[in-house]
Design a binder for this molecule. Structure first.
Ligand SMILES: Cc1cc2nc3c(=O)[nH]c(=O)nc-3n(C[C@H](O)[C@H](O)[C@H](O)COP(=O)(O)O)c2cc1C
Length: 453
């Protein structure tokens, strides 16, 4: 059986997916303002031979519940939310192999600045960065960024198509491979004939300029994405090297996986050029009974109002207006369409706010696995076999205890079974995941941007 890709899923915040659990006495997530918190985190993941730390991001506050920010602020629901990029260099300095998946919202950031920051980090990390492409779901974020409202769902992907095309041209086409000469005698740092100004005048973005950084190890960072709508999957199939899926049913995740792979094949990219990771939350202990006790304990610290504030922001519907036991109905909003469909168009069941508050309390929409190390390893193996996912994006619960338990108890078992590597491969994040060279290759559109130049 193939080895799994292991990513840790987090955000630069306190209440990430397990709302209220920050109040547990063993949770360290309130120390997020210290660089040591992040460097310890990175070292821990590298000890477990994780492929990457994936840092999600939300621009805006979850202010749909009750029509205000108050429930989110009170409960620490992804608020505070620090910048996900700034700690990366610190983490890179104390590790040698761990990759960093960074979320970047393309709606709010001028392409030139974004391309430069990413290229700089690719240099500083030695080619260990990936970009999780998002377009945001919070109207409060749109207002914070000076827009009247959020861009409609499908149009966000049109913007993403154009933005990405421009990014590929900047990263891949601005500097030829042999542009940098470093010829001290002739006083030629770089050959101007081999450095190109990129001109772009599209529907959403305009720019004329060259990438101001020398070509970085990967040029284009590892491209990651989590779109789950038809439009989202199409975008992923065309561009993404890593796709994140959510779901608690194997049948549903298997269907998503084969749909994404089919679309990737249609794009000429090959089914294996996309790694698909399932969002997972794990509670593991020495015995099943101990793990269940731990789960019950964590649930006692969960904060139902905060869970609902998180879910309400996700789907763009004020759940405070719903009686607790009323079944949720579909509403067309511009927030997370896939979550809305999961709650309201699931043929197997319906959801009420009370059920969401209880069932999503410690894992949100992630798959939740609770058990002994053997049971967790069995379950992960069966998810890979039955759904076709390549690995898992594991969200922390108690920080760092839940990840330490996974690394100490489950990782050795996975290694024994040949499901997890026993050493890192050399090279960039892309090379560690796919083997072949550091750059994207044809028929990926990034390679075409390099060839054209
Ligand atoms: C594991 C995972 C991580 C995600 N991280 C973010 C994030 O950091 N920021 C964000 O705005 N959206 C994030 N999303 C949401 C997706 O970008 C996307 O909006 C969502 O999956 C709905 O897909 P759709 O836009 O195709 O409907 C994430 C989704 C998943 C499954």
């Amino acid at each position: 059986m193939k080895q799994m890709v292991l990513s840790a899923l987090d955000m630069s915040c306190v209440g990430f997916l397990a709302q209220g659990v920050w109040s547990h006495p063993n949770d360290r997530s309130t120390q997020l303002n210290s660089l040591a918190y992040w460097t310890d985190y990175a070292k821990l993941l590298e000890r477990g031979l994780f492929d990457m730390l994936f840092i999600a991001d939300a621009i805006g506050v979850y202010d749909v519940y009750g029509g205000s920010k108050d429930a989110a602020v009170r409960g620490g629901v992804q608020m505070p939310m620090n910048d996900p990029w700034v700690a990366i260099s610190g983490m890179a300095a104390v590790t040698s192999h761990l990759g960093f998946g960074i979320t970047g919202n393309l709606i709010y950031e001028p392409p030139f600045l974004f391309a430069r920051r990413m290229a700089t980090l690719d240099h500083l990390t030695g080619g260990r960065v990936g970009w999780n492409i998002v377009t945001g779901i919070l109207s409060s974020g749109a207002r914070a960024m000076g827009r009247a409202s959020i861009v409609p769902h499908d149009e966000r992907y049109d913007m993403a198509d154009e933005y990405l095309e421009l990014m590929y041209r900047l990263w891949e086409g601005s500097w030829d491979e042999d542009a940098v000469r470093l010829d001290a005698d002739a006083h030629i740092f770089a050959d101007p004939a081999k450095v190109h100004v990129i001109s772009h005048a599209g529907k959403y973005f305009r720019m004329e300029g060259m990438l101001p950084c020398m070509p970085s190890p990967q040029r284009t960072p590892l491209i990651m994405q989590a779109g789950a709508s038809g439009r989202g999957k199409q975008f992923a199939a065309a561009n993404a090297e890593c796709v994140f899926v959510n779901g608690v049913s194997k049948a549903q995740v298997a269907a998503s996986v084969s749909d994404i792979r089919r679309r990737a094949v249609e794009q000429g990219r090959g089914a294996d050029n996309v790694k698909i990771l399932a969002g997972t939350t794990i509670v593991v202990a020495r015995t099943e009974a101990e793990a269940k006790e731990k789960e019950a304990e964590y649930r006692r610290f969960a904060d139902p109002e905060a869970v609902l504030a998180h879910a309400a922001g996700g789907i763009g519907v004020d759940l405070s207006k719903y009686p607790l036991d009323e079944v949720l109905r579909y509403e067309a909003t511009d927030a997370n369409r896939t979550s809305m469909e999961m709650y309201t168009r699931n043929p197997a069941r319906t959801y009420t706010p009370r059920q969401i508050a209880e069932e999503m309390a410690i894992s949100a929409r992630n798959l939740l696995i609770v058990g002994s190390a053997e049971q967790v390893a069995d379950e992960l193996a069966s998810w890979m076999e039955e759904t076709g996912v390549d690995g898992f994006n594991i969200a922390r619960l108690i920080m760092p205890g839940s990840l330490e338990a996974f690394i100490d108890l489950v990782v050795p078992l996975l290694q024994e079974r040949g499901l997890h590597k026993s050493a890192y491969r050399d090279g960039t994040l892309r090379e560690k995941l796919f083997g072949a060279g550091p750059l994207l290759r044809s028929p990926h559109p990034a390679a075409a941007a390099r060839t054209v130049a």
